[in-house]
Design a protein around this ligand. Structure first.
Ligand code: NAD
Length: 292
């Protein structure tokens, strides 16, 4: 079965819009999300524009703070402090990557944890590991939503995660091992230093792939009935599209889909869930559900 992330993402956005209408009719303050964009990286511009558009669609207030690529670390820290102190603002993100001359960790740690709707602050990562209320990072949160809404059985299953980035693989391994539903898996976290990857992927009931190598996972690497969550997105050239490009996942879709019980396509699987999760976190922030 194909896991339709686009559909679930639209459902979540409809649910959020209903909540915003309730807030409006009760005369409450609209949830307010801001994004800081430093420089003009093409992909970042696209992502931030999509986030602003999604805010408008569900009825949130949104603010885009643009800063030039020459911004110093001190200037960005000052902007972060300004947003921390802005009482009207419920949550904000600093769109990554930021220019290399700025220390990313320093910036993330300066964000007030109660406004860190990307869930990247060490305090929120710690709360996630301890299973305390927090903002889950958007992509892992989106994957958890997909597993939940498709009622995919995870208890006691063997979940193999490929990739250990701080934004996808590592948090996914923590979430799938927690005593929650979805969760309660036995988890194996594989990465670039794993000697025989296939030995592990063949044992996976649930395989979460986030390494950024197009069509890396092939049919011979998975067992019959596996659940496949393909996080990878790579733009490759194609002579079959008008633009000359197409998006490809980390899984060789057609041959792996033939063996899988569930699979996320690329595009239209995990990708659309990321924005829906950010909106969910912002609603949580506006309701002071995590920090109060
Ligand atoms: P990253 O580059 O930060 O990390 C890749 C990880 O894969 C590393 O931990 C590395 O150890 C591991 N790896 C690399 N080669 C390997 C190999 N041969 N065998 C086993 N492990 C290997 O990547 P990331 O930021 O986690 O992103 C991964 C992919 O997911 C990218 O294609 C990215 O575009 C995509 N992504 C999608 C979304 C979304 O919204 N759908 C969000 C974030 C990232």
């Amino acid at each position: 079965m194909i896991i339709d992330g686009k559909l679930i993402s639209l459902q979540i956005q409809d649910e959020i819009a209903i909540e915003v209408n309730k807030i409006k009719s009760n005369g409450g303050k609209l949830p307010h999300l801001a994004a800081i964009l430093v420089g003009n990286d093409g992909a970042s511009e696209t992502y931030v524009a999509a986030k602003v558009k999604a805010c408008e669609k569900v009825g949130f207030k949104s603010t885009l703070v643009r800063m030039p690529s020459t911004t110093t670390e001190q200037e960005l820290l000052e902007k972060v402090n300004e947003l921390n102190a802005d009482a009207d603002l419920d949550g904000y993100i600093v769109q990554l990557p930021i220019p290399k001359h700025i220390n990313e960790h320093k910036i993330i740690e300066a964000i007030a944890p109660e406004k860190d709707v990307d869930g990247f602050h060490a305090q929120n990562v710690g709360r996630m590991a301890l299973n305390l209320p927090t903002y889950l990072p958007a992509t892992p949160y989106g994957i958890m939503q997909l597993l939940e809404r498709y009622k995919i059985e995870t208890v006691g299953k063997h979940c193999v995660v490929i990739g250990r980035s701080h934004i996808v693989g590592s948090p996914m391994s923590i979430l799938m091992a927690r005593n929650t539903n979805p969760g309660n898996c036995t988890v194996t976290l594989c990465h670039s230093r794993t000697p025989d990857l296939k030995e592990f992927t063949l044992k996976a009931d649930i395989l979460i792939v986030a390494l950024g190598k197009p069509e890396f996972v092939t049919a011979d690497m998975v067992k019959e009935g596996v659940v496949i969550i393909d996080v990878g997105i790579t733009r490759v050239t194609s002579d079959k599209t008008k633009t000359g490009f197409k998006l490809v996942g980390d899984v060789k879709y057609d041959e792996v889909a033939a063996k899988a019980s569930y699979i996320t396509p690329v595009p239209g699987g995990v990708g659309p869930m990321t924005i829906a999760s950010l909106l969910k976190n912002t609603l949580k922030a506006s309701r002071r559900e995590v920090y109060f």
